[in-house]
Design a protein around this ligand. Structure first.
Ligand SMILES: [Zn+2]
Length: 151
C-alpha cells in the first residue's frame, strides 16, 4: 500500500448516475437493425474461411480475424442453450422482472443470440424451442424483437 494511503480513512459514497448515450452501430450493425425494423428479419454473417455464421451479424470473424462479406438469413426460431431468470428490477434492464436472459441458438446460426424471454418462466429449460415475437412498432434496435416465446 502506498504510504500516504495508510493515514486515509476508507470512506465510500453511494449514489447512482444515469449515462445516456447515442452509439453508431456501424455499417454491419445498421444493416442488421434495419432488417429487424423493416422486414422482421434476422440476418447473420458467414465467415468465408471457417464457415461460422454469426448472429447478430458482425463485421469480422472472431476466430479468423477476417472481414465477412456473406449475409445469411437466420430463422426467427431456435433452441435455448442457457438462461438466467432475473427478479431484480433496474432501469437499464430491457424488461420488467421477472424475465429471463436467454442464450438462444437460432436455426442457421453457429453462435448463441442473447435476448429475453418474458413468459412461461416456470417451464423454461435448456433445449426448449423458442420463437421471436417482434414489436408492432419497430425503431431499429435489438428490442424490435420484443422477446422470445416458448413454442
Ligand atoms: Zn472464420
Amino acid at each position: 500500500m502506498t504510504e500516504w494511503l495508510k493515514s486515509v480513512e476508507p470512506l465510500t459514497l453511494k449514489g447512482q448516475i444515469a449515462v445516456p448515450y447515442t452509439w453508431w452501430v456501424g455499417e454491419t450493425g445498421g444493416r442488421f437493425m434495419a432488417a429487424l425494423r423493416d422486414h422482421r428479419k434476422i440476418l447473420g454473417t458467414k465467415c468465408s474461411s471457417c464457415k461460422t455464421v454469426y448472429v447478430p451479424a458482425r463485421k469480422s470473424c472472431g476466430r479468423c480475424f477476417i472481414d465477412m462479406e456473406e449475409w445469411v438469413d437466420i430463422a426467427d426460431e431456435g433452441v435455448i442453450q442457457a438462461y438466467t431468470i432475473v427478479h431484480y428490477g433496474h432501469p437499464v434492464q430491457p424488461a420488467k422482472p421477472p424475465f429471463a436472459y436467454a442464450l438462444i441458438r437460432l436455426d442457421g446460426a453457429d453462435v448463441g443470440f442473447l435476448h429475453v424471454i418474458k413468459k412461461d418462466l416456470d417451464r423454461i429449460k435448456n433445449g426448449l424451442r423458442v420463437k421471436a415475437k417482434f414489436r408492432a412498432e419497430r425503431t431499429g434496435t435489438i428490442l424490435d424483437i420484443d422477446s422470445f416465446e416458448l413454442m
